[in-house]
Every structure is written in C-alpha cells, then in structure tokens.
Design a binder for this molecule. Structure first.
Ligand code: ZN
Length: 181
C-alpha cells in the first residue's frame, strides 16, 4: 500500500504547568518538524494514466496552510493555564494565535490534536485520504510518533466539537466560548 509522507517545520512556544518538570513551566520555544503519513481510504492500483494516489499539492496544501499560517509562531497553553486570562484581559487580539490543549501542551497531545485536525481537513476535502501516522520532532533527539485513532487517545471527551475536530483554520475554541456558543 502506498503512503504519502509530508514534513513541515514551524516554530512554537509552550509551557507545562502540571508540575512534572519545573524547567518546562517557564515559557520556552522549539523549532519542530511534523511529518504525516497519508493513505488512501480505498487503496487501488495505479490507473496506467496519471499513476498517482493523489496530486501532492492537493493532498497537502490545506494542511500546510494551517501549519504555516496558524501553528507557526503560536503559543501553546493548557486550557487551565492562567496566562489565557492574562491574554484575554491584556492582549485579546492575540488569542487566535494561542493553541489550547486539554491539559499540558506536550508533544504527545499536540500530535493527537494535529492528527485529528488533519483528518477533519481531509474529510472535508472528500475523504479520499486519511492520516495513518504522525511524527513530531520536538528537538533533533526527541520525537513523538503516533498511529491509530487520535480521538481515542485524548485525555477527556470535549464538551462540543473542539478545534481539532473542525475543518477550519482554528487552534483554540476561545472565540466560540466568548460568543457563548
Ligand atoms: Zn518544551
């Protein structure tokens, strides 16, 4: 079976406040690379004409638009982080650039949220492809890899359709919360 594998690099910052690492409780940044493995939902032989699973550009353009325009240079915070209140009070116009995760924004949960987001984007574009695996290199020596159903590995059910299940460019649900939806 064929796999299409795409990599993209982005800069991000985060902090972890659950208490397992005091060092990581101070906001700090990483240059990360995310690599996704896409497969056809209905694998088929090459057709003898175009001979491709899906044009690369079509398979990756929305995903890379999200990474480049919304994940690159974003700040990742736990939904429980009081810094969210600080931004809401002082710099609310920057809230769309804060990626919010249920619990600490580790590389593990980022991998799950990103993979779910990619699957939502692919489903909205006809569902011919699905993401079979994701890999995030946090540093050149630390990598998290996941394959399977990301929704089954998230820590707790979301109250409504969270940003990682919506086929839009969002990285949090703060605007929805404000609008009272
Ligand atoms: Zn870190």
């Amino acid at each position: 079976m064929f796999s299409l594998v795409f990599s993209r690099r982005y800069a991000m910052a985060h902090r972890l406040i659950a208490g397992l690492s005091e060092k990581c409780a101070i906001p700090h940044g990483h240059n990360e690379t995310v690599t996704v493995t896409l497969r056809a939902r209905a694998p088929a032989p090459l057709d003898g004409g175009a001979n491709m699973v899906e044009p690369f550009e079509r398979a990756k353009s929305t995903w890379h638009r999200w990474i480049d325009g919304h994940v690159d240079h974003s700040l990742h915070l736990s939904a429980d982080d009081p810094l969210l209140d600080w931004f809401a009070a002082r710099e609310p116009h920057r809230l769309p650039r804060i990626l919010v995760t249920p619990g600490d924004p580790t590389t593990e949960i980022l991998a799950l949220c990103m993979m779910a987001k990619l699957n939502a984007l692919l489903a909205a574009e006809g569902g011919r492809l699905t993401c079979a695996a994701i890999r995030i290199e946090e540093t050149p020596t630390n990598t998290v890899r996941f394959e399977g159903d990301p929704l089954a590995f998230l820590p707790r059910p979301a109250p409504r359709r969270p940003w990682w299940q919506r086929a839009d460019m969002s990285i949090n649900d703060l605007a929805l919360a404000e609008a009272g939806r």
